[in-house]
Ligand binder design. Structure first.
Ligand SMILES: [Mn+2]
Length: 288
């Protein structure tokens, strides 16, 4: 528990207005559109969702593993591969509606120099000059949202996962040089969207215990499995991921309610439609 107590103390406190609308996404794993890039097939869906939330004046909260900096060694390539995507993120950022947290795959974002070198600006090939991107962006380890008298702790969640926190450099090595090779020959992680949103992953037990002990609402990512307790006795949520085979999941917070949302492609005649579906919804209230 010590680790989580410290993390809670260090968390950046962000007060938000009652009228603020938020969308929380994580585990996008933007890569470089090679065979290891699980995000690419959901790129258009993700951008469609972002544009929807931008238009509706939501604040976008990225809860870690936004970029896959384990599978890629030249980070500039991620930005050039997904420049269109980053340009939408820039719009959120410029209107003061972007909050970013790092995970294990993008843990290097805790380093200011990395942010400055790769994310503050990019080289525009056509204009032959550097353009601003997420200039001066801060990326946090955890954030406490102060919303309607409630505190909501937001973090990626790898902090309680031994393989991905204490020995993350070894894990990164395995992903970069071993797992990547397996993926290249067609060995892929199973990423179908789970149907049950109540049963958490073993790795999340510590977070759930912490949430219950502190009577604190926690939102995490990392496991790629959405968790949405419908029972008021639990306040631990997980937003899932943006690289499910069958779409992406996210959490929306607005008007004192939290909802689990799925975005997916649907083929209709000769068109591809982008669909948003509410999987679950409940009022936000403290554990009493
Ligand atoms: Mn992760």
């Amino acid at each position: 528990m010590k680790k989580l107590d410290k993390l809670l103390k260090r968390a950046k406190v962000v007060p938000v207005k009652n009228s603020t609308k938020m969308v929380i996404m994580s585990d996008i794993h933007r890569g470089i559109n090679n065979v290891n890039d699980n995000f690419h097939k959901n790129k258009l869906l993700y951008e469609k969702a972002l544009k929807h939330y931008y238009k509706k004046r939501f604040t976008y909260v990225e809860l870690g593993d936004g970029d896959d900096m384990w599978e890629v060694s030249n980070y500039h390539q991620i930005i050039t591969t997904y420049l269109d995507t980053f340009k939408i993120l820039k719009k959120f950022y410029l209107s003061n509606r972007l909050l970013m947290i790092y995970g294990n795959h993008d843990i290097c974002k805790r380093n200011k120099r990395v942010l400055e070198k790769y994310f503050y600006s990019y080289h525009d090939k056509k204009k032959m000059k550097n353009e601003k991107l997420l200039n001066n962006l801060d990326v946090y380890e955890s954030i406490i949202l102060d919303y309607r008298g409630m505190e909501i702790l937001m973090l990626h969640g790898h902090q309680v996962d031994f393989l991905n926190s204490n020995i993350w450099r070894i894990s990164r090595f395995l992903v970069r040089y071993v797992w990547k090779k397996l993926e290249t020959i067609g060995f892929r992680a199973p990423i179908t969207l789970a149907k049950n949103y109540e049963i958490p992953n073993k790795k999340e037990k510590k977070l759930i215990g912490f949430s219950n002990k502190k009577k604190l609402m926690i939102i995490a990512g990392h496991t790629h499995k959405a968790i949405f307790p419908t029972n008021n006795a639990s306040l631990y949520f997980n937003d899932g991921s943006c690289i499910h085979k069958d779409g992406l999941t996210c959490l929306e917070i607005k008007n004192g309610k939290i909802s689990l949302i799925k975005w997916f492609y649907k083929a209709k005649k000769n068109k591809i439609l982008f669909k948003r579906k509410i999987l679950n919804e409940r009022k936000l209230c403290k554990i009493t």
